[in-house]
Design a protein around this ligand. Structure first.
Ligand SMILES: Nc1nc2c(ncn2[C@@H]2O[C@H](COP(=O)(O)OP(=O)(O)O)[C@@H](O)[C@H]2O)c(=O)[nH]1
Ligand SMILES: [Mg+2]
Length: 209
């Protein structure tokens, strides 16, 4: 097991930043399998990408919500891309900017043909909000697969996490064609990160584009 862990870490430690894009047409590497991390602003998208790649600053993290306003693309081991998406649902940016960002996210989900899986991050303490449901709807309409990652589990008691999972599972009955599974994670405590690594690793090897 430890060896598996070490080789996964080695796999993910070979990574590079491809670029930052504010239009889907501009994103290169559309022949490489890709997964993306979406979720509300400040939910922990960039932090989990750093936890997965075992790097401190591959993806820029921030205490201030609403910072990332473009799609940041990373390549892992030359064989799979990870996209760090702009956060949605942040109230303190203008309505126009908010709409621009949700259009960018939606266009990406619909048109990015090499996108194999979407990870939707949900803050364990906060749970699912209407803006998250909009994203589940967009992903299903685009006929893409998604999994849910509960983040910041270090902030919640185990019972609370279990209740949160139960309520999400019952909501997911509406999405059974596209929903895959729920992961419970803490980037801070390195919990559940290896399960995401395994999934991404498998995507990189068993893909069809
Ligand atoms: N306690 C705790 N805080 C976290 C965790 N992951 C991220 N954070 C914090 O949440 C804030 C937002 O994280 P960030 O990755 O920038 O969120 P993003 O906007 O979704 O990319 C930062 O202050 C992080 O340190 C976690 O697992 N546990
Ligand atoms: Mg971010």
């Amino acid at each position: 097991m430890n060896d598996g862990k070490r080789s996964l870490n080695l796999f993910f430690s070979k990574n590079n930043f491809i670029g930052s894009f504010n239009a889907v047409d501009l994103i290169p590497n559309n022949n490489v399998p890709e997964c993306c991390f979406v979720g509300r602003s400040n939910v922990g998208k960039s932090t989990i990408i750093n936890a997965i790649t075992k790097s401190k600053k591959l993806a820029k993290t921030s205490k201030t919500p609403g910072r990332t306003q473009s799609i940041n693309l990373f390549k892992i081991n030359d064989i799979i891309n990870i996209a760090d998406m702009p956060g949605y649902g942040y109230a303190k940016i203008s309505k126009i900017k908010r709409e621009e960002l949700s259009n960018l996210i939606e266009t990406y989900i619909v048109n990015r043909n090499n996108l194999l899986q979407v990870f939707v991050l949900i803050d364990c303490k906060v749970g699912v909000k209407d803006v998250d449901i909009d994203i589940f709807d967009s992903i299903s309409t685009a006929d893409k697969k998604f999994s849910i990652i509960l983040t910041k589990s270090d902030k919640c008691a185990l019972n609370f996490i279990i209740e949160q999972q139960k309520s999400i599972f019952s909501l997911m009955r509406n999405y059974n064609k596209h929903f895959i599974k729920i992961y419970s994670t803490s980037s801070k405590k390195n919990l559940g990160i290896i399960d995401i690594q395994k999934t991404i690793f498998n995507l990189s090897t068993h893909h069809e584009i």
